[in-house]
Design a protein around this ligand. Sequence first.
Ligand code: B12
Length: 211
Amino acid sequence: MTDLSLLAQALDGGDREKTVELTQKALDAGDNAQDIVAQGLQAGMAAVGEKFSSGEYFLPDMLMAARAMKAALEVLAPALEETGIPTIGKVVIGTVEGDMHDIGKNVVATFLSGNGFEVFDLGLNVSAQKFIDEVKEKKPDILGMSALLTTTMPLMGKVIKALEEMGLRSSVKVVVGGAPVTQDYADYIGADGYAHDGGRAVPVCRELVGK
Ligand code: B12
């Protein structure tokens, strides 16, 4: 197994080339793609977040790390999506309105499609109306919402309320996530499921569709 802390460091430093190189190396060495995400990329991103909080890093540092992570996820996509599993459920997923963080949502979407779910990714900055329209049109088993800002989290509760008001709530399971979201918050807004990371999102969604 490769030392994935070096990958975390490269990402923390915003070094896209090195991040991609070390990701490829880890894959070539036979490391599991989900471990590379969790122990390498996500660990690096966590460090970036801490440094941003403490004032050591600024917005451009976060942007550079985000670009490096996106490039590394492209390298990993084929391995993460490799699956022979037939479709076990339909998921519509997106990042809520006002929120431009989509890396975590993309990881969750990739993990889910790599584990047999049919995923419709609505992207980021998705309005409540758009979520509702897509639930009506695609009739998914699961609606996934991601929020990375404390200011955008309430949007998830708004969507759940709107689903209730339109008589659609019982037709779809709602799963929420994102760094500031907790199980308590998920319970508070009436979501059916919560996962702390992409790896956990898979069993949570499987359970919700009874598979
Ligand atoms: C990268 C980053 C950015 C990038 C985003 C690029 C992109 N395309 O996503 C950029 C530079 C654009 C950015 C901008 C901003 N950011 Co920012 N950002 C981050 C950072 C460092 C990492 C986020 C990330 O990608 N993590 C890696 C992924 C893999 O992890 P994740 O997102 O948590 O996702 C995992 C889980 O949460 C879960 N999950 C996520 N979604 C879902 C959904 C479902 C359904 C499920 C089940 C699970 C799930 O699974 C994922 C995979 O394992 C975080 C710090 C942090 N600790 O989160 C700050 C952070 C989120 N940002 C922050 C801030 C303040 C901002 C700005 C306001 C800064 C500014 N002054 O402009 C803007 C806001 C822009 C906007 N309107 O959205 C704050 C938020 C604070 C708060 N209390 O709300 C944080 C926490 C940094 C900090 N410590 O202060 N940011």
